[in-house]
Design a protein around this ligand. Structure first.
Ligand code: SF4
Length: 389
């Protein structure tokens, strides 16, 4: 993905056009509701612009602030942590002392923007929220109604905390929104199982890519293409359940490097017990929490700017999208199989949050998934991919 934008004219704008899921406008950071989740245990880098703002403060204040920063070997600064893992700037009331004493403009980019993820397309911004924030996750995932998207004008946020979209997405920006809305419509088609919607999405992207290469057709052609590739029959698996489930179990174990409950031995055992009841467990989970999983898929699709999230084209992006989703869903399936009933809503949010933290905040995990998506499904078309994953 692209780097951060530098300070620019956009920084001086008082308003900006934002295309976003509607839930974004209801988000309010609430440290009391989440125990200041993002201010604990995470490494928080201090960008150079924030460091310079801090360095220009009067000496006494500057010393107090710099006592709470740690210099990383040759790669800049990050906030220090207390013994309990909390950011050194976190006050007992759960609020940030830096913001309280010196205003929001002294926050590093990451603190000013999180959990917002923004891509700047010249005169407008695409923005959504990361599901690692528990308050954002409740807002985005729990509504039963399909997630809505719209554009509106809003006070401009700091330009340096948004991300440059990849060049391929920038070049196609005139048709990008039509493509995104068509992909979202496919994922929100509740007449089909989620698995079939994924297959539909894969066929759609693969066809668009084969037919139009690095251009995008107009909205009517996108719609026609989506209609033409709609799957009609359920997916026939080409590998026995245990083989498929063990693949995800091993991937999850590799991501967690045997931390927490996700050790290879335990996961393999669980995969074999899930294999006996895979269809029932999926049915149990999706019957009660299908809307949460749909919202997660839609949010991921938008937030990670698919099909431009990784290099390699639309089909490569589809593989990564499905693999990440399956990994996130797997712990929920295990829970449903273990109790022969769907996990409750809080457990679903907790388990999803835990996996999303690993997928979003760990470079090694990100690298591993990209590698596996490209290598293990090399040369496969969406039908083959979905018949395994
Ligand atoms: S951004 Fe989210 S996780 Fe961080 S303090 Fe606010 S509500 Fe909590």
């Amino acid at each position: 993905m692209g780097g951060r934008t530098g300070q620019s004219n956009q920084e001086k704008r008082s308003e900006e056009r934002v295309f976003a899921p509607s839930y974004l406008w209801d988000f309010r950071c609430d440290g009391a509701a989440c125990g200041s989740h993002c201010c604990r245990d995470w490494r928080i880098p201090v960008d150079m612009a924030a460091w310079e703002r801090m360095a220009r403060l009067p000496s006494k204040e500057r010393k107090t602030i710099f006592a709470k920063l740690t210099e990383k070997e040759g790669t800049g600064w990050e906030t220090s942590h207390n013994e309990d893992g909390a950011c050194a700037f976190l006050d007992e009331d759960g609020l940030c002392s830096l913001q309280k004493r010196h205003s929001k403009s002294y926050l590093p980019d990451i603190c000013e923007s999180y959990p917002r993820v923004s891509y700047r397309f010249g005169d407008y911004v695409e923005r959504s929220l990361a599901m690692t924030c528990p308050v954002a996750a409740r807002l985005a995932l729990l509504p039963d109604a399909p997630m809505q998207f719209r554009e509106r004008t809003a006070p401009a946020r700091r330009a340096s905390s948004s991300t440059h979209p990849p060049m391929e997405a920038l070049l196609l920006r005139d048709h990008l929104r039509a493509l995104q809305l068509r992909m979202i419509a496919i994922l929100q088609n509740r007449e089909k199982s989620l698995r079939l919607r994924f297959l539909h999405l894969g066929r759609f992207l693969s066809t668009i890519e084969a037919r139009y290469g690095n251009r995008l057709p107009d909205e009517a052609s996108l719609l026609a293409c989506a209609e033409n590739v709609k799957p009609s029959a359920e997916i026939r698996f080409r590998a026995p359940p245990y083989t498929r489930l063990r693949y995800i179990a091993e991937l999850l174990a590799a991501l967690y490097e045997a931390e927490e409950d996700y050790t290879p031995g335990r996961l393999n055992l669980l995969a074999s017990s899930l294999a006996e009841h895979e269809a029932e467990s999926e049915e149990l989970l999706h019957s009660l929490h299908g809307h949460i999983l749909e919202n997660l898929a839609v949010n991921e699709l938008f937030l990670r700017l698919y099909p431009f999230s990784c290099a390699g084209g639309f089909l490569a992006n589809f593989k990564l999208f499905v693999l990440r989703f399956r990994v996130a869903e797997f712990p929920l399936l295990l829970k449903a199989a273990a109790k022969n009933e769907p996990p409750d809503q809080e457990t679903v949010l907790l388990l999803l949050g835990r996996v999303m933290e690993k997928l979003d905040h760990n470079r090694e995990a990100d690298r591993l998934l990209k590698h596996r998506a490209a290598e293990d499904f090399d040369g496969m078309e969406p039908d083959e991919i979905l018949s395994f994953l």
